[in-house]
Write a protein that binds this ligand. Structure first.
Ligand code: GTP
Ligand code: ZN
Length: 351
């Protein structure tokens, strides 16, 4: 293997001179776990840490190395460990707003060539969420390709209608496929080439892991059994870069469902229209549809008029959406408070 096989191309070569250090080599971050790193080069993959100087120089979390970054590393302990001394600029990146109090950006992956934005054409289908993933890709200069999975669960008419909806939000390439029948899979396989880095974005249970396993022809990644609704349960938990046997690289990310719903009140109701209608009939205006008496949504589920899996999905998305909107509002409030603080400080300086 050469560094080029890991994606070190002319673009990074062009930066090599300024980042080179005596006694060091170049490597790519393959995993990150709370301040500890795994780095990979042409001959090894070893644990690594930031040098004290680099840690001191980095003052924003987004500048910390993330999966996919190229770094200058010094190997130690007979090449069984390394110290990261420098970080290359990023050609592309995927980032999201951090949940929680201080809203900044959180890096998800660097130097990704193509992001597969995966949605199921079954329950998960949601054009506005799709759009938000596309915006995220565009933000970091990553080329998006939309994958619509589970075509086996819908009729051709339904699929055509959904494809038209996708095309109405993006000019990006769209591939519809089924992991069950295999239809459409070759089109997906043909987009994957060696030396390039890919990432799959999409809600939990849409079939990302199944796609990868099918691509590499074995079960390297664990999937959870499908629920009766046709949607799966969350399983992916660690962010990592793996080199597939075909030579392509894949950054496998956790669910990232929250990405799509940040700060968008319509995020849940789009695609769940019948819930909005039923909610109007609940006894309480602010019904959470979980334990309140007189809840029309739960009654519909109990009567078998609403799919229980779809109900569970709705509740889950609603909670996430509320959580992220909350942190958004907190942040806005803080911004305003901070703005006032700066203003009054300036005024005091003048006085
Ligand atoms: N009917 C049908 N089921 C599928 C298809 N693709 C995946 N599934 C099933 O959907 C469930 C979830 O698939 P996963 O591949 O684990 O989903 P995921 O997107 O990786 O989910 P996370 O790991 O939680 O992000 C599994 O039970 C799969 O067998 C498909 O094309 N058709
Ligand atoms: Zn209710």
């Amino acid at each position: 293997m050469r560094l080029g096989d890991l994606g070190f191309d002319e673009w990074f070569e062009a930066h090599a001179a300024e980042l080179r250090l005596d006694g060091c080599g170049f490597a790519r971050i393959s995993a990150v776990d709370r301040g500890s790193y795994l780095i990979k080069d042409e001959s090894r993959e070893v644990p690594a840490e930031l040098s004290g100087k680099l840690a001191y120089q980095i003052d924003r979390p987004v500048d910390l190395p993330c999966v996919g970054d190229w770094v200058t590393a010094q190997y130690c302990n007979n090449d069984t460990a390394a110290i990261i001394r420098r970080v290359f600029p990023r050609r592309t990146f995927l980032r999201r707003k951090t949940p929680g109090k201080d809203i900044a950006f959180q890096m998800i992956a660097a130097n990704v060539d193509t992001a597969f934005v995966v949605q199921s054409c079954h329950f998960d289908f949601n054009p506005s969420r799709l759009e938000r993933y596309l915006i995220m890709a565009a933000d970091g200069q990553v080329e998006p390709i939309v994958i619509l999975t589970k075509t086996d669960l819908v009729t051709q008419d339904e699929l055509d209608r959904k494809l038209a909806l996708v095309r109405s939000v993006t000019p990006a390439r769209v591939i519809a496929l089924s992991n069950v029948t295999g239809i459409g899979f070759d089109a997906f396989r043909q987009t994957v080439s060696s030396g390039k880095t890919y990432c799959l974005l999409g809600s939990s249970g849409v079939g990302k892991t199944t796609l990868i396993n099918r691509l590499i022809g074995r079960d390297a990644f664990e999937t959870k059994a499908v629920r009766s609704t046709g949607e799966g349960a969350h399983t992916t938990s660690r962010r990592q870069l793996v080199v597939l046997s075909q030579g392509a690289m894949l950054i496998d990310t956790p669910g990232m469902r929250e990405l799509g719903i940040v700060g968008a009140g319509d995020g849940v109701n789009t695609g769940f229209e019948e819930f909005a209608e039923l909610s109007a009939q609940c006894r309480y205006g602010n019904c959470s549809h979980e334990h309140e008496p007189g809840c029309a949504v739960r009654t519909a589920v109990e009567k078998g008029e609403l799919d229980p899996g779809r109900y569970a999905n709705y509740i889950k998305l609603k909670k996430e959406s509320e959580h992220y909107e909350m942190s958004y509002r907190d942040k806005r409030k803080k911004d305003k408070a901070f703005g006032r603080f700066i203003k009054s400080a300036k005024k005091r300086m003048k006085d």
